[in-house]
Ligand binder design. Structure first.
Ligand SMILES: [Zn+2]
Length: 153
């Protein structure tokens, strides 16, 4: 059975009734080149709704690259849809916990509503006018790639 991880802030991680969740990353053992593969990458990105735009998906991959300070390779093994990144190969002896902690960090910055009262993964991106609206609480704001930084100011 696939393990579930809640898509939310750390406080709700053990809430088994939480309605937003995704598959836990499936990570292979390092190969001879010292690379690991996330084999359910497409499922996770779909569950995080990153496929809403190629830019958002690219920013997730870029985030992992930067955080691990290494190169990644996208595998597109879906014969029906050759544009989908199915597996992500990352250089380094990384464990499931390493991967999970980065997905969680990314989720907190980019997936969850920035409103402290809300924090739901219900953001809808409108690429045309560069805005984001939360479908749960209704707030909208300008989409800023450096959202975390500008929020902290
Ligand atoms: Zn909200």
């Amino acid at each position: 059975m696939n393990q579930r991880v809640n898509i939310g802030p750390k406080e709700i991680m053990n809430d088994s009734f939480y309605r937003y969740y995704r598959e836990k990353a499936k990570v292979t053992c390092p190969n001879k080149q010292g690379q690991i593969t996330i084999t359910n990458f497409a499922t996770i990105t779909r569950q995080l709704e990153l496929e809403q735009s190629t830019e958002r998906l690219a920013s997730f991959i870029k985030y992992l690259k930067k955080e691990f300070g290494t190169n990644v390779k996208e595998l597109k093994n879906d014969k029906k849809n050759k544009n989908v990144t199915t597996d992500l190969v990352i250089n380094g002896h990384l464990t499931v916990d390493d991967i999970e902690s980065k997905i969680q960090a990314f989720t907190e910055i980019y997936i969850l509503c920035p409103s402290e009262q809300c924090r739901k993964p219900e953001l809808a991106f409108n690429i045309e006018d560069n805005t984001v609206q939360c479908k749960a609480c209704g707030i909208s704001f300008l989409y800023n790639k450096d959202k975390k930084k500008s929020k902290k100011k």
